[in-house]
Design a protein around this ligand. Structure first.
Ligand code: G1P
Length: 290
């Protein structure tokens, strides 16, 4: 099984990040020096995926523009001999060719994935959600691709979460057949803690088989009145075609302010030039009670 396409749904409202996202797509909020979506695209490319499919809407054009040339800006940088910046700006435009499909109604994540049907056709494909940022060597979608390709099955990335957070996620249960790898038997989207089948939460990384489109086509709305990808995945699990893989890398939920800010600091701390000044300034503003 060879996976080439990464489907990245970017049509959501970003309500958790309002008012910052009133007119800016949440995927364009910066984490240190790059917009969130660039990290996701770089993760996809790093994992060997060659095609990026954005499921987008009419308010999200600037996401596609970010991966295109900006000749005026390039001219300005060229004239100012800002060679390094010019190189970086061009690299973003050249890193990938984007295919866009429109999600004309916001009916949920399952519906967003269904919008990519005509582009993915009969191929297995990856789905990567912009809210989940994953870092660390070989972390993120590459961990799933390896397991999915070995098993010839669909795969979801999972992490352990505390009991009081299960209601924020899709939760799976299954049998662990290799360290950190499970045959999934049950999935529940955003369960109450008493209904959660485990504490293994789906992170925003999936490798899916094209059969998922047939299931999604008739999938009824679930939690929140939305067509849930998690509910459709139960169809693959019932056929014994879904595994879950415990993700190893560092993860940040970009839709949560504490996590978003921590991700910014994490990256800035990895920048040699900034590190010492940043640590000094943080120490100066702590403790900050007012
Ligand atoms: C989506 C999925 C959920 C998953 C989560 C991970 O939910 O539906 O199963 O656990 O992403 O971030 P959302 O956060 O879009 O409500």
């Amino acid at each position: 099984m060879q996976v080439r396409k990464a489907v990245i749904p970017v049509a959501g409202w970003g309500t958790r990040s309002l008012p910052a996202t009133k007119n800016i797509p949440k995927e364009m909020l910066p984490i240190f020096r790059k917009p969130i979506v660039q990290y996701i695209v770089e993760e996809a490319i790093g994992a060997g995926l060659s095609d990026v499919v954005f499921v987008t809407n009419q308010n999200k054009k600037i996401i596609e523009d970010h991966f295109d040339r900006n000749f005026l800006l390039e001219q300005v940088l060229e004239r100012g001999s800002k060679t390094e910046l010019l190189k970086e700006v061009r690299e973003v435009a050249e890193m990938v060719d984007i295919i866009s499909v429109r999600q004309k109604r916001q009916l949920g994540l399952g519906h967003a994935v269904l919008c990519a049907k005509e582009v993915c056709k009969n191929e297995p494909f990856a789905v990567m959600l912009g809210d989940d940022l994953m870092f660390g060597k070989n972390s993120g979608i590459s961990e799933l691709l390896e397991a999915a390709e070995t098993e010839g099955k669909a795969a979801v990335g999972v992490i352990e979460v505390p009991e009081d957070r299960v209601h924020r996620y899709g939760i799976i249960s299954g049998e662990e057949f290799a360290p950190g790898v499970y045959h999934v038997d049950k999935l529940v989207e955003k369960p109450k803690k008493e209904d959660a089948p485990s504490n293994l939460a789906i992170t925003g990384r999936y490798v899916l088989l094209p059969q998922i489109f047939d299931i999604l086509e008739t999938q009824e709305a679930g939690v929140g009145g939305e067509i849930q990808l998690t509910d459709a995945l139960q169809g693959l699990a019932d056929q014994g075609k879904l595994i879950a893989v415990k993700m190893q890398g560092q993860r940040f939920d970009a839709g949560d302010w504490v996590e978003y800010l921590t991700a910014n600091i994490y990256f800035a701390l990895h920048d040699e030039e900034l590190h010492d000044d940043l640590v000094k300034r943080i120490q100066e503003i702590l403790p900050c009670k007012d």
